[in-house]
Design a protein. Structure first.
Lengths: 340, 366
């Protein structure tokens, strides 16, 4: 199985290169030609050939060479606004594609990508690794079995570092499509898209940039309330409110209040905690399942024992519509209907 | 100096939380109810040697006391407060101050006109973890606040039927979420926009109790945003409150169930509420609260951390949340001009007393 990683713009590119390099039976190459255009690079931001070689992965100079190599699948890790041309390129070459989240920065781009892949008969998957969390699987089992009854409310938090230290474009509204609201709403929106056979009908969002004010123009905090057509209401804290000096990048937590049970999950709480005198700060040793690895295996080989599928393009588009409604609501201060 | 004389109205759960505080402060307590429960409460405490008497008529309670402590169902607050104010007594009033902004303002205006103090009992401001968090915010420890989250949940109140009737309690938003609405205002300043949704069954007295839960997003004048959620849950829902406060320079988080100080990890086959008794790890927040209120009656320099205006604003924001939940719209708010604390004022030194460490109290604010 041959897999090409297209662009190293996204912070996850490193993990994908390493995981694919170590997967038996997988050959991986990388290509990152647009990195030369990257005027926004943070100091010390490594891209291109040096990045691939640093991760022990062969490199090609152009996307054309990458497709000429004959990959069975590609992974698109470009900036959010640059997903569309690479996904369309994959469709044109009839190669299955896993696209980083969010699917795109505009609903129009997302629709075009879904249409292009459908027309070409290629699989479009979207990189939502948290649905592979065993904690989420436990939530899903409980809801599916009826143990919770009707789910009344969901409180979710996907907080993290502002990711600009390694990749500055994350807070550039042109390339990222926004800030924290664009970056972090979609993970929980994807879980709820998978959990409920329900569509989001209305979104209310409030944002600010009081975190990193003056440093970035994008919103760095946001609360997003989503009403679904099954009556469930979810409120998502999508803020980049995890301090930079914290040893962990952030996390993802959900509380579900059902008629018959209340459940909580934390996708990243399985850690040994301590304190390092050497580093002068708290020490955290994560021992949870590698969600990226589970997602890549499901993308390449199909669902594992838990039956979890990779999110598809249509699902990625649904979560993007929630984000788009969220931005409209944050601008106007009123709830906004979800289009589509 | 004669002992402090307090007129306690009500003998239910919250009166039982306040009473030990008054007794600890050396108060003589007269208690009055209309259903005979005052006599039972007075007899129970008098038998332990406390200075407490049940009085059969409201006027008999008002005549000798210095202040009245209203621990009755919310719809009765206004008439009882007006009676106490008319008698020239200071008033401590359980939250919410009233079910409507107009009633809350009416009580406050009457107290102002009569020159007596009105203390809405927003006790969470006296819970040590919340006070410590707010002190840190006021010190600037977190920098400008950006996003705050508060949760409060427990088993649905079954001990008194009026809680289940939104017409009387105001429902989960007015009765429970109002605690954290007040804290959000206290910490991040006035609220200018509210959006809320309520799910579950508000009118419920069934067995087992139905779940009702509400979620609200508050936008503060500073631009900070708060997520507040309240849950009247299943019978086995452990009472729990949490907060997470994020600012440009740091983060504070608290989970009341994570830091009990003391845990019973096994005691044979006895149920959780039998056997080894647990004891509070810190002073009762109700005692801290009542001490601060009472101190302000003798010393005008003592300004309790919760004002009459705070009680009104909590009702205003909670009403807006109820309205938003009903209409599905966001509600814009203009706080009363005198309310203008866009940011928390420096903490009153009185609030630093007796806060030794993280704790929750058995008599948690519900």
């Amino acid at each position: 199985m041959k897999v090409a990683v297209l662009s190293f713009a996204h912070v996850h590119a490193a993990a994908y290169l390493t995981l694919l390099r170590d997967l038996p039976g997988v050959e991986v190459i990388g290509s990152d030609p647009d990195s030369a255009l990257n005027a926004l690079a943070a100091p010390g931001e490594t891209r291109g050939r040096a990045f691939a070689e640093g991760h022990g992965v062969p490199y090609v100079d152009t996307y054309e060479e990458a497709f000429a190599w004959g990959p069975d699948a590609v992974i698109v890790c470009s900036e959010n606004a640059r997903h569309r041309p690479l996904v369309e390129l994959a469709a044109a070459h009839r190669v299955d594609v896993l696209c980083e989240k969010p699917l795109a920065t505009t609903v129009a781009d997302g629709e075009a990508m879904v249409a292009a892949c459908r027309a070409a008969g290629v699989r479009l998957a979207v990189a939502f690794p948290v649905r592979f969390s065993p904690a989420y699987a436990a939530v899903k089992r409980a809801v599916a079995a009826g143990d919770t009854g009707r789910v009344l409310t969901v409180s979710g938090a996907n907080n993290g570092h502002m990711p600009t230290r390694t990749r500055r474009w994350f807070a550039d509204p042109e390339l990222a499509g926004g800030g924290a609201l664009m970056d972090h709403t979609v993970h929980i929106a994807d879980l709820l898209d998978d959990l409920f056979a329900a569509r989001a009908v209305e979104v209310y969002a409030q944002t600010n940039n009081l975190l990193y004010e003056g440093e970035v123009t994008a919103e760095t905090s946001g609360l997003v309330t989503v009403v679904y057509d099954n009556g469930t209401v979810a409120t998502i804290d999508c803020s980049w409110s995890h301090p930079r000096s914290h040893p962990a990048w952030g996390g993802l937590e959900l509380t579900l209040v059902g008629e018959h049970a209340t459940l909580e999950m934390d996708a990243f709480d399985q850690k040994v905690h301590g304190h390092s005198e050497r580093h002068g700060r708290a020490l955290e040793l994560s021992f949870g399942v590698d969600l990226d690895a589970a997602m890549l295996r499901a993308f390449l080989y199909g669902p594992g024992a838990d039956g979890m599928e990779v999110a598809d393009g249509a699902g990625g588009l649904r979560t993007l519509r929630i984000v788009a409604a969220g931005y409209a609501s944050a601008r106007t201060g009123v709830p906004v209907a979800v289009a589509g | 100096m004669p002992p402090l004389h307090i007129g306690l109205l009500g003998a239910g759960g919250i009166a039982r939380a306040h009473l030990p505080g008054w007794l600890e402060l050396g108060a003589r307590v007269s208690v009055h109810t209309q259903d005979g429960s005052a006599e039972k409460l007075a007899a129970e405490y008098a038998a332990r040697g406390h200075d407490i008497t049940a009085v059969p008529a409201l006027d008999d309670l008002l005549a000798p006391c210095r202040a009245v402590d209203i621990c009755t169902p919310t719809p009765t607050h206004k008439d009882l407060a007006r009676a106490a104010i008319a008698a020239g007594r200071h008033v401590v009033c359980e939250k919410p101050l009233a079910l409507t902004v107009a009633d809350a303002e009416d009580i406050a205006a009457a107290a102002d006109a009569a020159g007596v103090r009105l203390h809405p009992a927003h006790v969470v401001r006296y819970f040590p973890a919340y006070a410590a968090m707010r002190d840190a915010v006021v010190r600037g420890e977190l920098g400008p606040l950006a996003v705050l989250r508060f949760t409060r949940g427990g088993a649905r109140p079954q001990w008194a039927p009026w809680f289940a009737d939104p017409a009387q309690s105001g429902g989960v938003i007015m009765d429970l979420m109002v605690h954290d609405i007040d804290i959000a205002r206290w910490v991040a300043g006035d609220v200018v926009r509210v959006h809320a949704q309520t799910r579950g069954i508000e009118h419920a007295t069934g067995a087992p109790a139905d779940v009702v839960t509400a979620t609200a997003v508050l936008t503060h004048a500073s631009g900070a945003v708060s997520h507040v959620s309240g849950l009247w849950g299943l019978p086995d829902q452990q009472f729990r409150t949490t907060f997470r406060i994020a600012g440009a320079d740091g983060l504070l988080r608290h989970d009341s169930t994570a830091v009990p100080g003391f845990r019973i990890t096994a005691q044979g086959e006895r149920a959780a509420n039998e056997g080894i008794p647990s004891s509070p790890m810190t002073e009762s927040p109700y005692l801290t609260e009542l001490r601060e209120f009472a101190a302000s009656w003798d010393d005008p320099a003592v300004r309790p951390r919760v004002s009459a205006r705070d009680g009104i604003e909590a009702v205003r924001v909670a009403r807006a949340a109820v309205e938003s939940s009903r209409t599905g719209r966001a509600v814009e708010l203009t706080p009363a001009p005198t309310a203008g604390h866009a940011a928390p004022a420096p903490a009153d030194p009185a609030q630093h007393a007796g806060h030794a460490g993280p704790a929750d109290n058995e008599e948690s604010a519900r």
